[in-house]
Write a protein that binds this ligand. Sequence first.
Ligand code: NAP
Ligand code: FE
Length: 364
Amino acid sequence: MKYYMPTIILEEDDIVLKSEDIFRSLGKKALIVSGRTSAKKCGALDDVIKVFADLGIEYKVFDKVLENPSIIQCVDGANYIDDCDFVVGIGGGSPMDTAKGIAVLLKHGTEDYMAKLFGETDYDALPVIAIPTTSGTGSEVTPYSIFTDDEVQNKRSMARRIFPIYAMLDVKYFMTMPVAVRNSTVIDAFTHAVESFINTKSTPYSEIFSLKAIEIFAKYKDELLKEKIDKDIFKEFVRASTYAGVAISQTGTSLPHTLGYPLTYYYSVPHGIANAIFMVEYFKISPKAIVSRLLDILRFERIEEFAVFMNKIVGAYVDELDVSEEEMEKFSELLLQNKKKLKNHPLDVTKEDVLELYRRSLGK
Ligand code: NAP
Ligand code: FE
């Protein structure tokens, strides 16, 4: 059994402004990686820039990362600056994942970038600081980076495993999320915790983190049905997201993530919702004893009650979808080809099981 978590987690109000010593120790020139507007809107970008100005750290801001980023964005980001000492990723999973890919290419050059990011080599990266602004992916503490790959017409994980050296969490950055982003990301964290728990790679160490995240979700899940969530409760969701990130950093995710990627690729379903759509049927094909323990923690007596709750979160998205039988066959095949993911699930699944899971989850 192994537990490896090299990321230093700092959670505190104004943590960026209080971290001058850390930024100073990393060098004199940095690349800041963000999405188009949210890093500015939530205040995180201004905080980082203020610290850099105080310390005389030179920087450039690559604020072009799109949702579900493509691989080429890593190349564009690395070409955006001649050289630098470290990379700061501010945002949801999309900018944080891209910051990791850029950090690899900044260290090793952009030529032959596919081999460097996805090949069987062992490239390291410039130091990455991750500042999350969504409460979902846990990318600030995971070694994973997920990119959209038009070659394979799906999402795929970068082969290089890059843990950020610091994760800086400040709840004020999360308060500007629109409700749809908030719910999709909170539910993404929930799916991480569950998929890590129902996982052949789960260990007593990873379990502590997944169970804690699930308990927080259980306690506050009805808050997701409200427009506004108090800052103190939000702090709990932020922590749940990081706990769930620590859990998957040890185990990886499982079937719902792989089932959901094509819905994001072909139908632009937000990442967290795409996983959550499959949760109820995933429970049904998971070991009964584990599922009954989970339902207990979630405070649902029966799976039908869980289904009613999940429908409040994902129902509107499912209603919009019209996925054909042919597509579901194609998506099922993609899961069956992903032997690594299948291995994470404790029970065998056949193609018919997966197809039926798609049909039931998508209301066919
Ligand atoms: P995201 O794609 O990073 O961002 C979604 C949207 O939310 C964007 O429009 C973004 O705006 C906005 N936003 C972010 N923070 C905000 C804030 N504080 N206030 C207002 N708007 C805000 O969303 P995400 O769900 O966090 O990340 C999804 C990506 O992460 C997917 O590619 C997924 O595959 C990946 N992922 C990675 C891991 C991992 O372990 N590395 C795990 C799960 C998922 P801007 O564009 O302006 O920033
Ligand atoms: Fe996820």
